[in-house]
Structure formats: structure tokens, C-alpha cells
Design a protein around this ligand. Structure first.
Ligand SMILES: NC(=O)c1ccc[n+]([C@@H]2O[C@H](COP(=O)([O-])OP(=O)(O)OC[C@H]3O[C@@H](n4cnc5c(N)ncnc54)[C@H](O)[C@@H]3O)[C@@H](O)[C@H]2O)c1
Length: 307
């Protein structure tokens, strides 16, 4: 046996017997095989839609051991059914429902206060509620239409951050270290053109900007904020596009502009939300996370001309 092989064998034996002289790796979070949101108190807005990113995310956080999940929406039509489903699947998780407009400040304050008074902690605020906007050429959009998109998509994120960040910095007997994760759903439309109308794109660019600016204003607090930028995902918002394509037999064309050549599922966004809300992402801050099948990685190209 060569010297090198002997040394490798010795190192392996030492490692297995626990007597390795190597310094241990500093681990920042529990093993990824354990529940990744254990004990966390989580608020999610835009959680009513059956197909939506909010509902899928509530399931991810509940399945991963959250202490409590607040599912919030201005449309309450499915909230009770969501709660019943989550409670049946994950009986140890407290599920709360709230009907409110995500851009209504007193309601945002109320749900955060409830979490703090009940659990003494807030760990994750997923500001996910959003509207598609007027979906018209910018010359045809009136100021109220423009501002309504900004109100729902941008102001809601501002209010979530404004009130969640101070709450996340509070400690309690069950939470010894201050900190938390604010996640805001932006969009690839907030990164560049062609994924929404002017007001929608501007409102989502504002979300990306807020994640950048607020992350610095939270310097030293332990509270992180990131924007999530989905590509084309089949949800309540986009269902008509998918349904029409199915009716026409053109569903294969959906998502053809991204290198995965398909639309995404809400669960594919929810899993990134879970990561951003967990301690596994403890050094991820102030970023815009594109989850878009690669769409925003490239420039437009003519299929067949380039590899
Ligand atoms: N589906 C996509 O392709 C896509 C792409 C990029 C970004 N997004 C963003 O993802 C987020 C979630 O949307 P989705 O795709 O799951 O659509 P969805 O329609 O399935 O869910 C959106 C939810 O937000 C709720 N909502 C709307 N306005 C609200 C308000 N003012 N207050 C409280 N709740 C409100 C709706 O009732 C709905 O339940 C949105 O911010 C959306 O802009 C979606």
C-alpha cells in the first residue's frame, strides 16, 4: 500500500472513530434532514388561493415543524378549508386564519401583535399577496389603476417589513437570539421587461429595491430580508393562461422561453421560501432570488440559431 493510501485510510479510520484532528465544521442550522422550520412562527399573506404560492408555502412551513402558521388573505373563501387541511396533516402546528388587505397597516400590526402576544416570537413574514394589475398598455392605464398595483404589491411589502422587523428583534424565554427572515414575493417582471404590465413590473422592481435597501437599514439586527422572483408559475393568477393553452392544445408552448421549457409549480417557489425562512439561509440577505427555470439568465434568442 502506498504512503498516500495509508494516510487516507488512517484519516478515514480517525474520522469514523471520532478522533479526527480536523477542526469541526461550524454548523449554522440543524441538519437538513430534520424539520427545517422547527418552532418558528410564520405569517404568510396571499394564502387563500387553491393553486397559489401562499398555500403551498404554508404546507412547507407546517410540514417542517413550524410552531404556528398564520394564513392571511383579503379573500377568505378557502381559508377555513386550508386551516382544516393543515391541522389534519400537521396536528402539532397552530394554524390561524386572518382576512385582511395586505396593504392595510392596522391589520398587519394586529396579526404581528397576535403572534408576539401568543408565542413571544415572530420568525418569518412571507409578504406574498399580489395582484396582476391593469394588464394594459401604459398609455391606457389611469393613475388610480397604477397606484392600486403599487399599493397592493409594494406598500404591502413595506408594511410587512416595517412591522415585522422590530417584532423579530424581540427575544423571549423561547427565543434567546433576536432575528428573523422577511421574504417578499417580487417577480422576474421586477428584474426586466416582458413579464407584466408597467405597473406590475414597477411594483415588483420596488420589492427588489426594498429588499436591498431595508437589508442595510437592518444591519446588525439579525433580521434578513430577501425578494423571491418567480417566473411563470401555474397559480390562481396565471390559471387562465394555462387553461386556454390546454384548450387549444398549445400547452407545450408555455414556458418555452426558459431553458427548462415549462411553467413552474407553486411548490417549486414554496421550497425556496422555506429555505429563505429557515436558518439554512442564514447568510442570504438583501437579494433577489429568481426562481424561473433560467428565464432571466439569458437574452432573447431565436430558437435554433444558438445553442
Ligand atoms: N404566478 C406567477 O407566475 C407569478 C410570477 C411572479 C410573481 N408572482 C407573485 O406571486 C405572488 C402570489 O401569487 P400567486 O401566483 O400565488 O397567485 P394567486 O392568485 O394564486 O394568489 C395570490 C393571492 O393573493 C391574494 N391577494 C391579492 N391581493 C391581496 C391583498 N390586497 N391583500 C391580501 N391578499 C391579496 C389573492 O386573494 C390570492 O389568494 C404574487 O405576489 C404574485 O405577483 C406570481
Amino acid at each position: 500500500m502506498s504512503d498516500q493510501a495509508k494516510r487516507r485510510l488512517e484519516a478515514t479510520a480517525n474520522h469514523l472513530s471520532g478522533s479526527s484532528s480536523l477542526a469541526p465544521i461550524i454548523k449554522v442550522a440543524p441538519e437538513s434532514t430534520t424539520p427545517r422550520a422547527a418552532g418558528k412562527v410564520v405569517i404568510i399573506t396571499g394564502a387563500n388561493s387553491l393553486l397559489g404560492i401562499g398555500r403551498a408555502s404554508a404546507h412547507q412551513f407546517a410540514q417542517n415543524g413550524a410552531r404556528a402558521v398564520y394564513i392571511c388573505d383579503f379573500d377568505p373563501s378557502n381559508l377555513a378549508a386550508h386551516k382544516a387541511e393543515l391541522t389534519t396533516l400537521y396536528p402539532s402546528v397552530d394554524v390561524h386564519t386572518r382576512q385582511f388587505d395586505a396593504a392595510h397597516e392596522p391589520s398587519v400590526v394586529e396579526v404581528i401583535n397576535h403572534a408576539m402576544n401568543t408565542y413571544g416570537r415572530l420568525d418569518v413574514f412571507f409578504a406574498n399577496a399580489g395582484t396582476i394589475g391593469p394588464n394594459a398598455l401604459f398609455t391606457d392605464v389611469d393613475p388610480s389603476g397604477f397606484m392600486e398595483t403599487m399599493r397592493v404589491n409594494s406598500l404591502s411589502v413595506f408594511l410587512a417589513a416595517k412591522h415585522a422587523a422590530p417584532a423579530m428583534q424581540k427575544t423571549s424565554p423561547g427565543k434567546k437570539v433576536p432575528g428573523g427572515s422577511i421574504i417578499a414575493t417580487a417577480s422576474v417582471a421586477g428584474l426586466r421587461s416582458n413579464a407584466g404590465d408597467t405597473s406590475y413590473s414597477a411594483s415588483k422592481a420596488a420589492v427588489v429595491s426594498m429588499a436591498q435597501t431595508i437589508s442595510y437599514q437592518l444591519a446588525g439586527t439579525g433580521v434578513r430580508i430577501n425578494a423571491l422572483c418567480p417566473g411563470l408559475i401555474e397559480t390562481g393568477m396565471t390559471a387562465p393562461v394555462f387553461e386556454m393553452a390546454r384548450q387549444r392544445g398549445t400547452q407545450k408552448k408555455i414556458g418555452q422561453l426558459n431553458p427548462l421549457k415549462r411553467g413552474g409549480h407553486a411548490d417549486e417557489i414554496a421550497r425556496v421560501a422555506l429555505f429563505l425562512g429557515s436558518d439554512e439561509s442564514s447568510y442570504v440577505n438583501g437579494q433577489a432570488w429568481a426562481v424561473d427555470g433560467g428565464l432571466s439568465a439569458g437574452h432573447p434568442f431565436v430558437p435554433g440559431r444558438l445553442g
